[in-house]
Design a binder for this molecule. Structure first.
Ligand code: ADP
Ligand code: MG
Length: 240
């Protein structure tokens, strides 16, 4: 599980995370919502050690992410990450893009890595695109390629940072469907998202962030049906 305790993050004088306490259980799907600039991306980056923190801690399956001596490369193998826009290697096919990390990071043989890559591309519905270059894929397909690439490392957790925000509206659905499939398979997921339908239908819990504070967290029925904080109410009124 992921345990976050009294986490504070500053960018210079800017206090971006103001004492976050959060546990994410194995198999849980957590959606993180909130206005732009509220600290959602920064939260994800502190979980996989991409950003240092100034106070508090993040513990992933017993490993203190920000402790001296923590092997961040090893940790990140447990945490797959999908960004808003993922730039695949243009000179490599979809299969080669996905096979890269298993080969280089996990030391799999070329044949094994290709087998893993083909299986994960099929998994995300790109079984017919193995030998295609990224430039020939739609935005939605490129995001599914990004998901396949993360899955090829066999992560315990998947972190999504607005995985559909850069997509044309008609391409959002296929990526959300892929994320929903992973959720149904039992993947532990933290999804920063503006897709309130996804947050409501797929998440076990929804966390609302406001100016670096996790103001509210609960099951979707509570957050969407009976939000307690005035900021959550305002945010949701505008999101609808
Ligand atoms: P969100 O993902 O909710 O939109 P972010 O976590 O990206 O919010 O940002 C939170 C705050 O931290 C914002 O005020 C943003 O401008 C600031 N911030 C984010 N990254 C950096 C950085 N690398 N350097 C300085 N300030 C940053
Ligand atoms: Mg963000």
């Amino acid at each position: 599980m992921i345990e976050i305790r009294d986490l504070h993050k500053y960018f210079g004088a800017l206090h971006v995370l103001k004492g976050i306490d959060l546990d994410v259980e194995k198999g849980e799907v957590l959606s993180v919502i909130g206005a732009s600039g509220s600290g959602k991306s920064t939260l994800l980056y502190t979980i996989n050690g991409l950003e240092p923190v100034q106070q508090g801690r993040v513990v992933v399956d017993g490993v203190d992410v920000h402790a001296k001596g923590t092997d961040l490369n090893k940790l990140r193998q447990r945490l797959g990450m999908v960004f808003q826009q993922w730039n695949s290697f243009p000179h490599l096919t979809a299969l080669e893009n996905v096979a890269l990390a298993p080969k280089i990071v996990k030391g799999k043989s070329k044949a094994e890595a290709r087998e893993i890559a083909a299986a994960q591309l099929k998994h995300v519905g790109l079984g017919d695109k193995l030998n295609v270059y990224p430039s020939a894929l739609s935005g939605g397909q490129q995001q599914r390629l990004a998901i396949a690439r993360a899955l090829a490392m066999e992560p315990e957790y998947m972190l999504f940072d607005e995985a559909t925000s850069a997509l044309d509206p008609e391409l959002v659905g296929e990526v959300l469907e892929t994320m929903r499939m992973l959720a149904e398979e039992g993947m532990t997921m933290i999804c920063v998202t503006h897709e309130m339908g996804f947050a409501r239908d797929v998440s076990d819990r929804v966390a609302f962030f406001h100016q670096g504070v996790m103001e509210e967290i609960g099951p979707p029925s509570q957050i969407f049906g009976d939000p307690q904080s005035e900021h959550t109410q305002k945010f949701l009124a505008n999101a609808r």
